[in-house]
Write a protein that binds this ligand. Structure first.
Ligand code: ZN
Ligand code: ZN
Length: 642
């Protein structure tokens, strides 16, 4: 027995972005992942509908094999995602049906191997944790789903609420997904969940081997592992009946995928929860203004075990000694003398972010990108965009002068200064140059955890949710790094970074925080110094309302790149003229990257799908001319930076 079904072959070509009709066996329904003959090749495909009519004059081939069965709701989720983010159904279906090799040999659980030891469960919940949990349970029992924001300082017990919420889902015969922003954070979260749920926890992220991913997906689909912990892609986990999805550190921009399909796992989590009548719990100590403005708030308040650390703002216009001002040096000296640990954040890699010539004033720039080259250890100048490297040399290539000046400081210089001034402190660096593999990160964190006198130096990696016991001092070396960026999220990002770093200090110690800045009066710095999350977010929402930024309107960003300077701008001018209507900013030129000139047009709109759809249609018409000029266009719905 067989019937006819619509099948999307999983191909990336936009030209083939439509379903084809195949004969499927009776047991294959919507969500079946099948192997089909497609042209001359064998392809995987996903059944999106059964019981369809055969178009006139077409013969349907039979599918060759049913490989896997997905929950049908994942098909709806993928088709929505393709539409909302302007991708193709096949590319979106590829997210919910990733390639899986056939089984060979014995299985081992990736989740058992990758978990860190965890602290024990608290005997009882705090009052605010109890209230938050009761509300989540009430929403679960109400059956209508819901989206809530769980806000509270670092150390206020958000993870415990996630664990209890997952438990509540399991008690009702439902499943749970817990998302963390980065793969590096999964071992820690996995450890806490495995301590409570044992082998019923599975892990999913893009660093698993194909065999590991297949095994974990099978444990999830069979119901053996009803709790899934993972990074972005775990939002597509094939749990049979989602009850709760928790999004930890929900402010983190890593939830947005920066290649097609350009989806945001937070938006997808909310959509999936709505489709399945599940509860989405978004948690953070520094929520996005979008979540603050839109979601029901469940507030945990301050820390359970300790007061918030005191924050001292050091005005670099008055204090000499950058990157280590006198107050910072004296605090570090105290640790060197009495023992203790510090974390120093400097969001720049290398020795110096720029090198310029004192004689002719020229800054050394990348040949292919409009950015300054960064000086690294060993005297090499590197482009942080394209990877180009050249020796700094002894003299200026323009005028021959030997008067080369290093401007500013990066993490490598900071490490050197620390060696000079406080040699008693062990130095551990955490940045993309020092940490290339997960094992290196684990080793660095273990060394820091076990040290008695140590300082962890790093880029924003150090502020990202890792738990370090016994940190007495946390310092931001240069709070102004991000403030100067021409991006409407610059203040939000700075506030988050400062507040998150402060949260790393004193979880179980009397913490102190030092913030060095040239702009002590900047809103983000002033509110972070007072731990005033409400105040910052309320002000930020007002500012965004006035300017028509998210959450009040959506952004749609169109970036065109090409080999000639004038072309991207001209193409976007034409697009703008045809679009009319919606509020459009630009087009404006962007930095040249990898020898490609770039420009962007940004639309503010209440209806992002409509605008993105119109843009996509116009780009299809313009495609032949754009191809001739070597231009490419990318449409990004809800971009994380503009
Ligand atoms: Zn020169
Ligand atoms: Zn470059």
């Amino acid at each position: 027995m067989s019937r006819l079904a619509s099948v999307y072959p999983l191909v990336t070509a936009r030209a083939l972005a439509r379903p084809f009709t195949y004969e499927v066996p009776d047991e294959a329904g919507k969500g079946a992942v099948v192997e089909v003959r497609f042209g001359n090749a064998r392809r995987r495909g996903v059944v999106t509908e059964v019981g369809v009519e055969l178009p006139e004059g077409v013969e349907a081939a039979a599918v060759e094999r049913v490989a896997e069965t997905l929950p049908p709701v994942l098909v709806d989720l993928a088709l929505w995602l393709a539409d909302y983010y302007g991708s193709t159904p096949a590319r979106a279906l590829g997210l919910v049906a990733p390639q899986a090799p056939r089984r060979r040999g014995e299985r081992r659980h990736a989740s058992a191997a990758g978990a860190l030891a965890a602290e024990p469960a608290p005997e009882r919940l705090s009052e605010s944790q109890e209230r938050a949990l009761q509300r989540i349970e009430a929403l679960l029992d109400g059956g209508g789903g819901g989206h809530v924001l769980l806000s509270g300082a670092t150390g206020s017990g958000k993870t415990e609420v996630y664990i209890r919420a997952c438990d509540a889902a399991l008690a009702r015969g439902r499943d749970a997904i817990v998302l963390v922003p980065e793969i590096a954070l999964t071992p820690q979260t996995l450890g806490r969940f495995r301590a409570r749920f044992g082998d019923r926890v599975a892990v999913l992220h893009s660093a698993l081997t194909e065999a590991e991913r297949r095994d974990e997906r099978e444990r999830i689909a069979s119901g053996e592992a009803p709790v899934v912990v993972g990074a972005r892609s775990a939002v597509f986990a094939p749990v049979p009946s989602l009850g709760v999805v928790c999004v930890d550190e929900e402010h983190d921009a890593s939830y947005k995928q920066e290649s097609d399909p350009r989806y945001d796992a937070r938006t997808v989590a909310a959509k999936r929860a709505s489709l399945e009548g599940a509860i989405a719990v978004f948690g953070s100590a520094t929520p996005r203004p979008e979540s603050w403005g839109r979601l029901e708030r469940l507030e945990l308040g301050g820390r359970i075990a300790a007061p918030m650390p005191s924050v001292r703002v050091v005005d670099l216009r008055r204090e000499a000694g950058y990157p280590l001002s006198a107050p910072l040096l004296s605090a570090l000296g105290g640790l060197a003398e009495h023992g203790g640990k510090a974390i120093l954040l400097l969001n720049r890699r290398g020795v110096a972010p720029a090198v310029h010539c004192r004689a002719c004033g020229a800054t050394r720039r990348c040949r292919s990108c409009d950015v300054a080259l960064t000086l690294h250890e060993g005297g090499s100048l590197r482009c942080h965009h394209c990877g180009h490297a050249e020796p700094m040399g002894e003299t200026c290539p323009g005028c021959g002068s030997a008067e080369l000046a290093r401007v500013g400081a990066g993490t490598q210089r900071l490490e050197r200064e620390l060696a000079k001034h406080v040699p008693e402190l062990e130095r551990i660096r955490l940045d993309a140059d020092a940490i290339m593999k997960p094992e290196q990160l684990r080793d660095a964190l273990e060394r820091f955890g076990g040290a008695r006198r140590a300082v962890l130096v790093g880029t924003q990696m150090v502020a990202k949710g890792h738990h370090f016991p016994g940190v007495e001092l946390a310092a931001v070396v240069d709070a102004d790094t991000a403030l100067g960026l021409p991006d409407f999220r610059a203040e939000e990002r700075t506030f988050q970074l400062l507040t998150q770093l402060a949260g790393r200090s004193g979880r179980d110690a009397p913490g102190r925080v030092i913030v060095q800045t040239f702009q002590p009066d900047a809103r983000a710095v002033a509110y972070a110094a007072r731990h005033d999350v409400h105040g910052f977010l309320d002000g930020e929402l007002e500012r965004r309302r006035a300017l028509g930024y998210p959450p009040f309107r959506h952004l749609v960003r169109i970036v065109v790149t090409g080999p000639e300077q004038a072309d991207p701008l001209r193409a976007l001018e034409e697009l703008k003229a045809q679009l009319g209507g919606d509020e459009l900013l630009g087009p404006a030129p962007l930095l040249r990257l990898r020898n490609r000139h770039r420009a962007q047009l940004v639309g503010k709109t209440e209806r992002p799908r409509l605008l993105a759809g119109r843009v996509a249609a116009l780009l299809v018409v313009a495609a032949p001319a754009m191809r001739r000029a070597g231009l490419t266009a990318v449409v990004d719905v809800d971009p994380q930076s503009v």
